[in-house]
Design a protein around this ligand. Structure first.
Ligand SMILES: O=C1O[C@H](COP(=O)(O)O)[C@@H](O)[C@H](O)[C@H]1O
Length: 266
């Protein structure tokens, strides 16, 4: 039985705005508690939409952007600056517009960087970057992630972990080089499910009718190998942020009686 929390918003615009407000608050709270916040970004329409809304929000001035560590959950292995890279899109949407400390921004390597076209070497290096920033005394080989955001694909992929691939089954690595990806580009870099599961909070954010079946199967208890999003769980909290269309097929999430409604499945 899942103890995921589900929040359904009326449409994609409200979803991204509400998730942005939530993200700002999460960062401010983490900075108040520890002086610094660590966030893990996702690509995809909803994830980038959320970053755009953070940029547009006057409340983003409450964040000390110089004390935000930025990581990525996955990356499309393409040349630096390519418009399809999750990093490029995140920079355009937010990071180029707020005073982040470049030393705290940790993108995954591009395909024309120091590892050339060797996606496995690039993945191994990212694991080293994460390991070097792991909390002192922690047995987790990654930093403390206050929030790790994810998208959900129509077939249930999350980060760059696709159904029935060796990568979604991987429990040995923190980061994997993904080959033969069914959604272009063919090569990607991704955190594994155990690495995702080290985050304090995991937020799965998606909207649109095309995601309804995957969401329903994930919330219905599908195996992660079939629906990778079903295997993404935070240590303290797993939160699904959906619009009505994406929630439409989920038995545990009946049509909201009010415009916004949060539901925790039984
Ligand atoms: O390729 C990717 O797609 C997923 C989902 O994207 P969406 O546009 O369907 O919401 C995203 O989570 C992932 O980071 C990205 O690399």
């Amino acid at each position: 039985m899942s103890n995921d929390e589900v929040m359904v918003h009326s449409d994609a615009d409200v979803l991204t705005a509400a998730a942005a407000a939530r993200l700002i608050t999460r960062i401010v709270d983490a900075q108040r508690a520890r002086g610094v916040a660590s966030i893990v970004l996702t690509g995809g329409g909803t994830g980038i939409g959320v970053l755009r809304k953070v940029r547009e929000s006057p409340a983003n001035a409450a964040v000390d952007w110089s004390a935000v560590n930025v990581f990525w959950g996955d990356e499309r292995f393409l040349p630096e600056g390519d418009g399809e890279r999750n990093e490029t899109q995140a920079r355009e949407a937010l990071l180029d517009h707020v005073p982040v400390d470049p030393r705290r921004v940790h993108p995954m390597a591009p395909s024309d960087g120091r590892f050339g076209s060797d996606v496995d070497a690039a993945a191994e290096h990212y694991a080293e970057v994460l390991g070097a920033l792991a909390e002192a005394g922690s047995d987790r080989p990654v930093p403390r992630f206050d929030v790790l955001m994810l998208g959900v694909g129509e077939e249930g992929h999350t980060a760059s972990l696709f159904p029935a691939t060796p990568y979604v089954r991987d429990t040995e690595h923190v980061v994997v080089g993904v080959h033969d990806c069914p959604k272009p580009p063919a090569e990607r870099i991704s955190l594994t499910l155990p690495a995702i599961g080290s985050a304090a909070e995991v937020w799965l954010m998606t909207g649109g009718a095309g995601k309804a079946e995957a969401v329903s199967r994930a919330l219905g208890g599908a195996h992660a190998v079939d629906i990778p999003a079903a295997g993404a769980r935070g240590r303290e909290r797993t939160l699904w942020l959906l619009d009505r269309q994406a929630a439409a097929d989920s038995a545990a999430v009946t049509a909201p009686a009010t415009p916004e409604q949060g539901i925790t499945p039984p």
